[in-house]
Ligand binder design. Structure first.
Ligand code: M6R
Length: 586
């Protein structure tokens, strides 16, 4: 949540460079944006509510500049609350990602020392605290001292007009340094500077950096001990983070699944076998995630059961009451696209403290989850930029499907299924399919509610299908287990209520059609999704048979439906309201 970007250069550069970089980070939050540059006198700020769009910077060229895209936590969405924030004298500017839990105490202390605040944010107290410490300390020491006083998960980037330098520190929220020619970049992820350098270093927890012109000093925030970081080359290219020929990342990432799903079969078999041996050792196996990652956990639970392994799936945000059940015999499989989700990380940290083994099934490289997990399976679907998750879900599911099959000694067969699936998905994503989904989307945007119904593994797929519609189109959609309808939910059905019925799997086919008939007899509009047409369907979206993976295509249909339902209402499919891609605060 919140995107941070900064540049320190030996030579002057245009402030527009920061604005352009921020556009790449907007998926992290788009309530407001702002930039600050150093000048001969004071820092100069330009900040606004809303998305960046085609904004042009009005600030002068400089050697040092920082910027921010905000997902509001403390303080409403106003120009005043937009970052950067400054100290009283406007010598310093700060951008921040996280929550300063003790900000009210700090604010009260600073008010008594006559600091004047202009926003309601927790961030502003940090820059005033640094100002206070700078009465007796250097810029970097003051920053370090202030940072060590913050409670919570935070990443800060502070710019000093006097020394034309940037201080950055990380504890809980990501920051990466890019080493360019005569300059350094600092950002929440590598996307803003990928066209200039691929030499990067992810700050670790409790690490800080001071950047001035083209010089960088790294040190530990607690001890001040200087260290030499190990810069690495990222393999991610600029193409991977651009829309290419597609109008939105959302649709690009849906199409990418044709390659990202089969690509998971290239994961080293030894790594998957290590996971299998951990599964066999463990007395308790927990699959963990939030949102889409949680639905992936539930979907995988069905696969594990099918291949003889009993696992539980939990929402990381609801795991607190169950923390005490974790011990050294537990295996936690944490699923996350970003590897930065606050609740997932918190549960993982606790589990590690209790001696549990943690396996991270993660997409983004260099993430916090990747750093702390006992073992990591990178799902390798490349940067997922659209806020609505698509290709990460299917790649994570494909990985867990392989692990489930490997538990039963059938990894190779599982891999063949997945490779085959990729080919069929490519063929299915054709004009005919798109036309039928677009036609349905046009009709569904006129309805207030959509129900999605399934059985077995298609129950979690219903939840994911419904989430795509909710997030992208703002239309109420709810996933239900078919067998549960008669226990209450069927009371919601009236004439014309759209019920999307997922009918992918032969073993569930007769009972799910009975449910469709029961709904239809109460007036529901039955939209069947599956490889076989049935007389119960008023509308039909045809998918294809792919054995145990058949239901996955229903999720892809849900992704496409969500996308077009957003598009047909003139909504921004890549940036749904109120959301941010990476939920780094609780
Ligand atoms: O990065 P993570 O996979 O840990 O994120 C978990 C959820 O925040 C995420 O899946 C969210 O639900 C998406 N908006 C779904 O499209």
């Amino acid at each position: 949540m919140c995107g941070i970007y900064g540049i320190a250069d030996k030579n002057k550069f245009g402030a527009q460079d920061i604005v352009n970089g921020l556009k790449q980070l907007e998926y992290r939050g788009y309530d407001s944006w702002g930039i600050a540059v150093t000048t001969d006198s004071l820092v100069k700020i330009d900040k606004h509510t809303g998305k960046i769009g085609e904004a042009r910077s009005i600030l002068p060229d400089s050697t040092t500049a920082i910027g921010h895209t905000r997902w509001a936590t403390h303080g409403g969405v106003t120009d005043e609350n937009a970052h950067p924030h400054t100290d009283c004298k406007k010598d310093l500017a700060i951008v921040h990602n996280g929550i300063v839990e003790n900000y009210e105490d700090l604010r009260q202390t600073l008010l008594k020392k006559n600091h004047a605040f202009t926003s309601q944010t927790d961030t502003e107290v940090v820059v005033h605290l640094i100002e206070e410490y700078m009465k007796s300390e250097s810029f970097e020491l003051a920053c370090q001292k202030a940072f060590n006083e913050l409670i919570g998960s935070n990443a800060i980037v502070v710019m000093d007009n006097g020394s034309k330098s940037i201080f950055a520190a990380r504890l809980g929220s990501p920051l990466v340094i890019g080493k360019g020619t005569d300059k350094y970049f600092i950002a929440s992820d590598i996307t803003p500077f990928l066209d200039q350098t691929r030499t990067i270093y992810f700050l670790d927890e409790g690490e800080a950096v001071l950047i001035k012109n083209d010089k960088c000093i790294f040190y530990k925030t607690k001890t001040g001990k200087i260290f030499t970081p190990l810069f690495a080359q990222t393999t991610i290219t600029k193409d991977a983070v651009s829309k290419g020929e597609f109008p939105h990342f959302f649709i690009k990432e849906i199409y990418e699944q044709v390659t990202t799903i089969p690509k998971t079969t290239k994961i080293d078999r030894k790594d998957l076998e290590s996971v299998v041996s951990e599964i066999k050792k463990a007395k308790k196996i927990i699959l963990l995630g939030c949102g889409t990652a949680y639905y992936c956990a539930v979907g995988s639970k069905y696969y594990f059961a099918k291949y003889g392994v009993d696992v539980s799936a939990y929402q990381a945000s609801e795991f607190t009451p169950f923390l005490e059940t974790i011990d050294e015999n537990s295996l936690v499989i944490a699923i996350s696209q970003s590897g930065e989700t606050a609740e997932t990380l918190e549960t993982v940290k606790y589990s590690l403290e209790k001696g549990a083994t943690v396996i991270g099934v993660v997409n983004a490289r260099g993430s916090s989850l990747e750093r702390i997990a006992t073992m990591v399976i990178p799902v390798g679907s490349g940067p997922e930029i659209a806020v609505v998750s698509t290709k990460a879900f299917s790649a994570q599911l494909a990985v867990l499907y392989q692990i489930a099959r490997a538990c039963n000694g059938e990894l190779e067969n599982g891999r063949k299924d997945i490779e085959e699936y990729g080919k069929k998905l490519g063929a299915w994503l054709n004009e005919r399919t798109l036309d039928s989904i677009k036609e349905l989307a046009q009709k569904l945007i006129k309805t207030p509610h959509v129900f999605v119904i399934g059985r077995g593994v298609e129950y979690p797929f219903c939840l994911e299908f419904a989430l795509k519609i909710k997030e992208a189109s703002y239309i109420h959609a709810e996933g239900f287990a078919a067998g549960e309808l008669k226990h209450g939910v069927i009371a919601l059905i009236e004439k014309g209520t759209p019920c999307i019925v997922l009918c992918s799997h032969d073993e569930e086919y007769p009972p799910i059609l009975s449910t469709a008939a029961e709904l239809k007899s109460r007036g529901a509009w039955i939209i069947g999704v599956g490889p076989k047409k049935a007389k119960e369907f008023d509308t039909y979206i045809q998918t294809f048979g792919a054995g145990s993976l058949t239901g996955l295509t229903a999720v892809v249909a849900g992704q496409l439906l969500g996308y077009y339902m957003a598009l047909f209402q003139d909504l921004d499919p890549d940036k749904p309201r109120n959301l941010a891609k990476s939920v780094t605060v609780k």
